[in-house]
Design a protein around this ligand. Structure first.
Ligand code: NDP
Ligand code: MG
Length: 379
């Protein structure tokens, strides 16, 4: 039996993780759950899964229902780190959104937990520091593309890959003109064609900042040079990514778009268990198509490579400015077309800060948010 703490259990990944692990009660038990403010859903989940520890990280206090007295509740942002470190069991599923998850991932590693990572912003901002805390086998990808790459590499033996082919759906604006994209509404940006996810990552998919974050995530997870990562737009989301070897062989991972597969693979690795995902019917797939990303319409992709080449805290600044701009767009404070400009402005000002330790990362994150906020409110 594996004990798993789920950080961000009320989100899209957290809820799907609960669904899929509930199919295997003989394999997994839940040791802890956290939500930010959704107390009602957290209480339901605690009632169902009976963890000993739970937290509401965005609240100072909440009345706890009498029937949940078997569970200890903690409150406030620090509770995320406490739960990550103190929950029983071997595994922590990091499924909160944003760089708010960084300290909890570090705390989980300090307590020698295996981290199942959905929370990509943590790796984008903390890159080198996070990897230094994660010897092989202690950080497993949940993001579908990175899980796919990880699965492809299981068959590589001693061979190093030449190239990572990182697939992207292209999001809802793939075929739109640049000026249409610039004026896209919140409802339009939230309408993702193939995946059903939380609001932040859905907007990131529309701006392709999600792919920018994933390029950086791939660099750290698979020790890749920027030139080894090729983004491939694949609107059907069936090929979840691929790796190419020097003999010309390409190994890809395919499947119906269903996050339950990579979530459970991280939990059960190296074993494969049933997920309930729809079987892939090759005869029903009319076609699989592939195209180059349009880096003019989606400047985020180029910014990711620039940030990787710059090193230091550039990726942290990119992430922080994007988080700030993304939520400003969701609050309708800026048009969609301004997101990339805000990120570029923050990178220009703070892209060469260092990222030697958590203090540096915190500082770069704060300065980037401040600059992004200034740019957002400039007009
Ligand atoms: P959601 O917005 O659906 O869920 C976020 C979860 O984190 C919720 O439990 C939320 O609690 C909690 N949370 C929100 N803000 C904070 C905070 N400041 N501190 C602590 N907890 C917080 O996000 P997703 O599930 O879509 O995404 C989670 C992560 O997984 C992201 O990093 C995303 O990029 C990544 N990911 C998601 C995929 C998906 O299919 N959804 C696919 C691949 C990666 P509450 O409900 O109370 O607000
Ligand atoms: Mg992904």
């Amino acid at each position: 039996m594996r004990g798993i703490a789920i950080l961000g259990s009320t989100g899209s990944i957290g809820r799907q993780a609960i669904d899929v692990l509930s199919l295997h009660p003989d394999r997994f038990f839940v040791t802890a759950l956290t939500a930010h403010r959704n107390a009602a859903l957290l209480f339901d989940q605690v009632r169902l899964l009976r963890p000993r520890l739970a937290a509401l990280t965005g609240m100072d206090h909440a009345p706890i229902p009498a029937d949940l007295s078997f569970c200890e509740f903690r409150f406030g942002p620090r509770a995320l780190e406490e739960v990550a470190a103190q929950a029983e069991g071997s595994d922590v599923l990091a499924a909160v959104v944003g760089v708010a998850g960084l300290k909890s991932v570090m705390a989980a590693r300090k307590a020698d937990k295996r981290v199942l990572l959905a929370n990509k912003e943590t790796l984008v901002a903390g890159g080198e520091m996070v990897m230094n805390a994660c010897p092989p086998g202690t950080l497993l990808p949940v993001d579908s593309e990175h899980s796919a790459i990880f699965q492809c590499l299981q068959g590589a033996g001693p061979n190093r890959y030449e190239k990572i082919l990182l697939t992207a759906s292209g999001g809802p604006f793939r075929t739109w003109e640049k000026d249409q994209i610039a004026a896209a509404t919140v409802t339009q940006a939230l309408g993702h064609p193939t995946w059903n996810m939380g609001a932040k990552i859905t907007v990131d998919s529309a701006s392709m900042f999600n792919k920018a974050l994933e390029i950086i995530e791939a660099k750290w997870l698979f020790d890749a040079y920027p030139e080894q990562i090729q983004v491939v737009v694949h609107p059907q989301s069936i090929v979840h990514s691929a790796v190419q070897f020097k003999d010309g062989a390409v190994i890809a991972q395919l499947g119906s778009p269903d996050m339950k597969v990579p979530i459970l693979y991280a939990m059960s690795y190296p074993e494969r268990l049933e997920t309930g995902a729809r079987e892939l019917d090759l005869f029903q797939l009319r076609q699989l198509t592939f195209e180059k990303p349009d880096t003019e319409k989606f400047p985020a992709i180029g910014m990711a490579y620039d940030a990787l080449r710059a090193g230091g805290a550039a990726a942290c600044v990119l992430n922080a400015a994007n988080e700030t701009a993304c939520y400003a767009f969701l609050r309708e404070e800026i048009p969609f077309g301004r997101i990339a400009g805000v990120v570029a402005g923050a990178l220009q000002k703070y892209g060469s800060l260092p990222a030697r330790d958590l203090a540096d990362i915190d500082r770069a994150d704060a300065l980037a948010r401040e600059e992004a906020g200034r740019l957002i409110h400039k007009n």
